[in-house]
Design a protein around this ligand. Structure first.
Ligand SMILES: [Zn+2]
Length: 130
């Protein structure tokens, strides 16, 4: 059984790993709650979408996931991570680009005035269970 839901959390605008960990905890709590509501005895897979902006390593996410799901309906489930690349838009010339490292300089007009279009996501795309 696969459940779609785009379970998202609000307020993810920090870069600190600790902040991401608390978000992972909230996401797990939501999956656990949803699984119980849907009478799912065991969650087998959780598909996560993580924006590049967060800069978290998949290994540390997997590690945290393993610990935080212990003793829950999600224990032992597979964590699949889908990365969402950063996309910026220049406020001056409206060009959209992927930044080179931490340089947010527009490659067309060289303005350093870009807004984030994509890459800040952190949510559960879907999860599977039985
Ligand atoms: Zn530009």
């Amino acid at each position: 059984m696969r459940l779609w839901g785009d379970i998202a959390v609000n307020g993810c605008n920090g870069r600190a790993a600790v902040h991401e960990l608390s978000l992972i905890q909230s996401l797990i709590n939501m999956v656990v709650k949803s699984a119980i509501e849907n009478n799912i005895k065991k969650v087998t897979k959780v598909q996560l979408v993580v924006g590049e902006y967060h800069g978290v390593l998949p290994e540390s996410l997997e590690f945290a996931f393993g610990i935080l799901t212990e003793g829950t309906v999600c224990a032992g489930s597979e964590l699949a991570i889908e990365k969402s690349a950063l996309l910026l838009k220049c406020r001056k010339c409206a060009h959209e680009f992927h930044p080179d490292g931490y340089l947010y300089t527009c490659p067309i007009c060289t303005a350093v005035n870009a807004e984030l279009v994509k890459g800040r996501e952190l949510y559960v795309h879907y999860y599977e269970g039985e």
